[in-house]
Unconditional design. Sequence first.
Length: 150
Amino acid sequence: MIVISNTHTPHKISNSLLINQQTKNKSKWEQYIASEKLLIEESLVTIKSENSSEFGRLINENHILLRDVLEIVPHEIDIMVTEARKIDGVLASRMTGCGFGGSTISLIKAEVINTFVEQMSEIYEFETDVKNSFYIANIGDEVFKLYELE
């Protein structure tokens, strides 16, 4: 299952400021792009082999790159990702979008949906005094067939 959690955190930067940051921190962006390319290549292999645990690890690695290399993950998002990963049955969680606010996306086992939503709602509201919302999607076999479209 895929769960998207909207943190209701406003984006703290405009696209023009993001482009400015890319220009100033060119070496960080180059490091990110090189690392991201490897993650994508590894992800294609794990999707083809239907190895959801390894795919989850790669999604988590992507979040670490966004947080530690690009430094575009706000505190509220990192709370959600960090706490989500502590719940049994969560395979992965990361920021989604261009950074500096927004949502998280988590890959979780279907049997922990209710636990996930309850715990994440409580934790996030306690930490931020803001209620978040959740959008749940089921993953079908079609997701694993996307690579065949090439």
